[in-house]
Design a protein around this ligand. Structure first.
Ligand code: HAM
Length: 420
């Protein structure tokens, strides 16, 4: 072990488990690629103001969890705690929204950084795959995204997850509700921190997990009773489209997300095997975000699914993904001449697209065969001086143990025939 360890709240993805993470990313991306979403990649850091204005000055993410630093050039940057604001910034900056093809549909995959109190399922460095549909107000778009996430989770074999759905209203009806809620909350017995929260983000108080707070919240005004007709009709359409697609969801009036940019549709995917960090993904509509960061009105919707928590959900359900062995053929040379010849064969097989590995470092037969078995290869190529003198290589089936000599020139063809 070295003197150093991975920083607190982080962990490394190490083979062979790392293959599961890649497969999860791939499984989430697949339905997006298949539905008109193009790949987008933005920097791991942004101007801190983008998040302050976008995610919101009243959120824990901005006030407590951002990794902020000043560059030698005097720029104030933050490691990205999320990627919706960066993606919208990138779309505006590249004028994609002006290309006359709305919505702009994009997906991304990558690291996020939040200075949180680490625990199982909650890390300071974690990974999301996300999707954003920018510039169109259409309930079918909200439904599409929820359906695609559901499809991704199901493709992975997950079953014990639920979809929580809510509407947070829009710029017409939410402020009216907000004021009514503040009136109610100001009459309660709350600590100073919570009182401050009532001033800046009263909806978050509904989300307070403490029993002492929850008890007082009985009788609080509910957003449902304040939604304007347009928001109600919009939400009803999203619900109908999901139901028609056979995607089950639960209405959750208390669902408030931890980011300020949401309007109307909000949703979370929760997994019942994960304990307190149960949200495996979340998202919603953010019709005002573009204007908040200086752009034109671009009503949009999106989500991000947590890769780390999705992997934990797989474990919780006892699902092992069917990941093909990285190596199909393992070559074992015995002696210098065999090393030279077999290395050539390995290169030839790789160029032909066969996943091949080689016993490096002059290992003896026993050791090399152990490595061959560990690699998961189906076939081994073994050659010593006597084989070479006869112009052959021993082709060994690692499952049956059966071994047959194959003419050197025919090895590549024979291997491909056996692997089908
Ligand atoms: P979020 O709910 O903050 O939303 O994060 C989405 C998902 O990322 C969570 O459901 C969780 O699975 C994962 N996640 C968040 N924090 C952590 C952590 N500390 N450790 C491990 N996993 C974590 C967003 O980030 C929005 N940008 C989603 C969105 C996209 N809304 C619209 N478009």
């Amino acid at each position: 072990m070295s003197t150093f360890k991975a920083p607190k709240g982080t962990y490394d993805l190490i083979p062979p488990q790392s293959a599961t993470y890649l497969a999860v990313r791939e499984a989430i991306a697949e339905p997006l690629r298949n539905s008109g979403y193009g790949y987008v990649e933005t920097p791991g850091f942004e101007n801190v103001e983008l998040f302050a204005r976008g995610v919101g000055e009243s959120t824990d993410i901005v006030t407590k969890e951002m990794y902020v630093f000043e560059t030698k050039g005097g720029d104030r940057l933050a490691l990205r705690p999320e990627t919706t604001a960066p993606v919208l910034r990138a779309v505006l900056e590249s004028n994609l929204h002006k290309a006359g093809n709305l919505p702009v549909k994009v997906w991304y995959s990558g690291s996020q950084y939040r200075y949180e109190r680490p625990q199982k399922g909650r890390y300071r460095h974690f990974s999301q795959v996300g999707a954003e549909a920018i510039g169109t107000e259409d309930p079918a778009l909200d439904a599409e995204l929820i359906i695609l996430a559901d499809q991704a989770y199901r493709a992975l074999g997950l079953r014990d997850f639920r979809i929580l759905l809510n509407s947070l209203g829009d710029k017409e009806c939410r402020p009216v509700y907000r004021a009514a809620l503040q009136d109610f909350l100001r009459g309660l017995d709350l600590d100073d921190d919570t009182r401050r929260r009532v001033d800046i983000n009263p909806l978050r108080v509904l989300d307070d997990k403490r029993e002492s707070v929850q008890r007082q919240l009985a009788g609080a005004p509910m957003l449902r009773d304040y939604l304007c007709e347009a928001c109600k009709a919009y939400h009803e359409q999203v619900r109908e489209l999901l139901a028609a697609a056979g995607v089950a969801f639960e209405d959750d009036e208390k669902l408030v997300r931890g980011l300020d940019y949401y309007t109307r549709t909000t949703f979370e995917f929760v997994h019942d095997g994960l304990g307190s960090q149960s949200a495996v993904g979340g998202g919603g509509r953010y019709d005002g975000l573009s204007e908040m960061i200086g752009g034109p009105a671009l009503p949009s919707v999106g989500w991000a699914l947590g890769v780390d928590r999705t992997v934990l959900a797989l474990e919780a359900e006892g699902i092992t993904l069917d990941i093909p062995a990285a190596t199909a053929v393992y070559a074992v040379p015995l002696g210098e001449e065999a090393r030279r010849v077999l290395f050539g064969t390995v290169t030839e097989l790789r160029r032909a697209g066969v996943a091949t590995d080689f016993a490096y470092g002059g290992k003896g037969l026993k050791n090399a065969m152990k490595s061959a078995n560990r690699s998961g290869a189906r076939l081994a190529l073994v050659a010593g001086e006597r084989d070479l003198a006869e112009g052959v290589v021993q082709l060994k089936d690692l499952e049956s143990g059966e071994q047959t000599p194959v003419a050197l020139a025919a090895v590549a063809d024979e291997v491909r025939r056996r692997l089908g």
